[in-house]
Ligand binder design. Structure first.
Ligand code: FE2
Length: 440
């Protein structure tokens, strides 16, 4: 039994100020002004900073994370060289090495207030080394981080020998989401066939689906159409996610005007991966170079749940990153030009509540009865959090503080300035815009 935890004087993402939050037995017991402190409660002054539900990553590859440079770096920067590099590394993987890298990344995630991750795991390996390693990691980190695994046939369900059998073995071992990569199959029709097989498999087993889909600059890559079709045909509405969908960036507007309503009708969720797709896509273009991120504002306007994923950190596809979902939100905001305050808040939602909805996380939020998982940010609003990639002052899991970070603050000494000589700056503003003021 842990001590009750009482946070005093927080700001909430919706702008409410002076809010206290009480956590008891792993749940949020009360949220409101001037709460009474129960006996033996640990009391923490939130100092007016913003309390947020934890960050959630809806799309990641934990089996490859932190493997950058093994066996060499991706010289062309393309998706296809990344897949080839990973293919070179795969035979040398050991369960111990995969687990060690994954656990190190989970430490980074927790320190960043990222407490739930949906990770794809490559099943195109007869040994299922990465699957076994990440299943063990999932159990090991469960007290601190929710790890959800997707059976991902990286080399193609129909293109790689044994992939379907290995994918089923991974599901039998406890992997809980069905993945796919239809644009990487040998032909478009094989891609559509892989979607049919995988959706039927998911329907038969009662599992959700999350496919890499149309991660291509080819405007004729239209696999998501089949994904929406089979979702609807099999009654999987609300349980299927299309990840990447980058070809939608390059499609003509007329076709997209037909496509987006079909995705909405099938209640498909969408995950964009801004950091990785702004670097992988457009590599074959001269100028102008396409940005290659899916059409986030248009999908949101159609009522589709859109999340943002980190996708990669220090791996064959992306040699950067540090588990910072605010960096992901910032890149998504820039690439999609979502600069109004309302749109910035949608980007914040894309790394918090939208991703939680995609993962189907129970008890997510800051309401009484929710799990006592939250993060205190050195910011006073979601848009300030994105602007500053704010420090995670406290991370709380199940009512227990699991990470603390010092506030960012520089001490200036400016002898030549007559009015002041030494003071601190932390880059925050005292009075961020309220939503009513904030449409531009
Ligand atoms: Fe991915």
């Amino acid at each position: 039994m842990t001590r009750p935890l009482l946070l005093r004087d927080a700001t909430l993402p919706d702008g409410r100020q002076g809010v206290d939050l009480l956590a008891v037995d792993g749940r949020i017991a009360a949220v409101g002004p001037a709460l009474a402190a129960p006996e033996a409660a640990e009391t923490v002054d939130a100092g007016g900073w913003m309390l947020s539900p934890p960050f959630v990553d809806a799309h990641f590859h934990l089996d490859a994370a932190l493997s950058h440079g093994q066996p060499r770096v991706n010289a062309s920067g393309t998706l296809l060289e990344g897949i080839a590099l990973w293919g070179e590394l795969k035979p040398a993987l050991t369960e111990e090495a995969v687990a060690a890298r994954a656990l190190e990344y989970c430490d980074w995630a927790i320190a960043r207030g990222l407490l739930a991750i949906r990770s794809h795991v490559d099943v195109c390996d007869d040994r299922l080394v990465a699957v076994r390693a990440l299943l063990a990691v999932r159990e090991r980190v469960r007290p601190h981080l929710d790890l959800q695994l997707v059976a991902f046939p990286q080399d193609g369900l129909l293109r790689a020998p044994g992939a379907l059998a290995n994918l089923k073995r991974a599901l039998d071992l406890g992997v809980e989401v069905v993945g796919g990569i239809p644009h990487f199959e040998r032909t478009a029709s094989e891609g559509a066939e892989s979607i049919r097989l995988l959706c039927e498999l998911a329907a038969a087993r009662g599992l959700p689906v999350d496919m890499h889909c149309d991660e291509s600059d080819d405007p004729l890559s239209r696999q998501v159409e089949a994904l929406a079709f089979h979702t609807q045909r099999l009654g999987l509405q609300g349980r299927v996610t299309g990840s990447h969908l980058t070809s939608m960036h390059s499609m003509d507007d007329y076709y997209v005007s037909k496509l987006i309503p079909l995705l909405a009708e099938a209640e498909l969720c969408v995950v964009a991966n801004p950091l990785v797709n702004i670097t992988l896509q457009g590599r074959h273009d001269g100028y102008p170079k396409r940005r290659g991120m899916t059409r986030v504002p248009e999908l949101l306007a159609a009522g589709i749940v859109v999340g943002f994923g980190h996708d990669c950190v220090l791996d064959p596809w992306y040699g950067l990153g540090s588990a910072d979902m605010l960096e992901v939100a910032s890149m998504g905001l820039h690439v999609a030009q979502m600069t109004s305050v309302a749109a910035q808040r949608q980007c914040y939602d894309a790394v918090t509540v939208h991703n939680a909805r995609i993962l189907g996380l129970p008890g997510y939020g800051l309401e009484p009865g929710c799990r006592a998982d939250f993060v205190l940010l050195q910011a006073r609003s979601p848009e300030e959090a994105i602007r500053l990639r704010a420090q995670r002052l406290l991370v709380v899991r199940g009512g227990t503080i699991v990470s603390r970070m010092a506030p960012a603050r520089a001490e200036l000494t400016l002898p030549g300035r007559p009015d002041r000589q030494a003071w601190g700056v932390d880059f925050t503003r005292q009075a961020p815009l309220r939503p009513a003021q904030a449409n531009r």
